[in-house]
Design a protein around this ligand. Structure first.
Ligand code: CP
Length: 255
């Protein structure tokens, strides 16, 4: 794999290998020294054109735990505010020879364009209404860890809630958030007794989820956040180091 632009490009075998590596990294994270030398001497550039808490912090931590050098770029406070284009910014920062560029932006398809402007491996860290492939991977990893397998699940074994992404909506689709919450909010009454609850964050408490379900034992929300670090370590490893000698997963476990 050269880039991670879309979950459609990732086979079941790739997903199982990435999840196995993430599991091996998770064991490592229990130790006092959490760093491994897998990406020593490599440079990861986090290019963020949109607000982010989870994706940004976990990619930074993932790269640092793999011993990579990390450069964090935010559009806010950069020459983007003076009118510099995405292409010029990518080409400028590529002069620092990053091995991987992690791209979060509001423009669908922009990470694929970035891949044409640089030699670095590109990871789509969310491109607006389009995709967020590392979120998909960490969701699979989280569920697999909790349930042991994703085979033979049925509807509402897992309830996955999303925030109303008002920043991506041109029209008002709802009379009011109060009415939306009243009709659709997942609360203790609506969540099945055995259903697991997931949400990528950030949660608008009291809108799509009630306070009590965010914090209940069925909620996997914080497990998803924790999985973000080890899954992103596994993705960076897959793109930058999988062909090298060090591998946290013995050959026979990765198939
Ligand atoms: N889930 C997710 O992408 O969260 P952030 O916007 O905080 O990165």
């Amino acid at each position: 794999m050269k880039h991670l632009l879309s979950i459609e490009d990732v086979s079941r075998e790739d997903i199982e290998r990435i999840c196995a590596r993430a599991g091996a990294f998770a064991e490592n994270q229990q130790r006092e020294i959490k760093k491994v030398p897998a990406l020593r001497g490599r440079t990861v550039l986090n290019l963020f054109y949109e607000a982010s808490t989870r994706t940004r912090s976990s990619f930074e931590l993932a790269a640092k735990r793999l011993s990579a050098d990390v450069v964090n770029f935010s559009a806010s406070g950069s020459s983007t505010e003076k009118g510099e284009s995405l292409k010029d910014t990518v080409q400028t920062l590529s002069a620092h020879r990053p091995d991987a560029i992690v791209v979060r932006c509001p423009w669908a398809g922009a990470p694929a364009l970035v891949a044409e402007w640089t030699d670095a491996a590109i990871i789509n860290a969310g491109d607006g209404k389009h995709e967020h492939p590392t979120q998909a991977l960490l969701d699979i990893y989280t569920l697999n860890r909790r349930l042991g397998s994703l085979d033979d699940l049925h509807e509402a074994d897992v309830v996955y809630a999303l925030r109303m992404q008002n920043e991506r909506m041109q029209q008002a689709y709802l009379p009011s958030m109060r009415e939306y919450a009243s009709l659709f909010q997942i609360n203790a009454r609506r969540l099945g007794a055995r259903s697991l609850l997931m949400h990528p964050g950030p949660v608008n408490r009291g809108v799509e989820l009630s306070d009590e379900v965010v914090d209940c034992a069925q909620s996997l929300i914080l497990e998803q956040v924790a999985a973000g670090v080890v899954v992103r370590m596994a993705v960076l490893f897959e793109l930058l180091a999988a062909s090298r000698a060090f591998d946290p997963v013995p050959e026979h476990q990765s198939a």
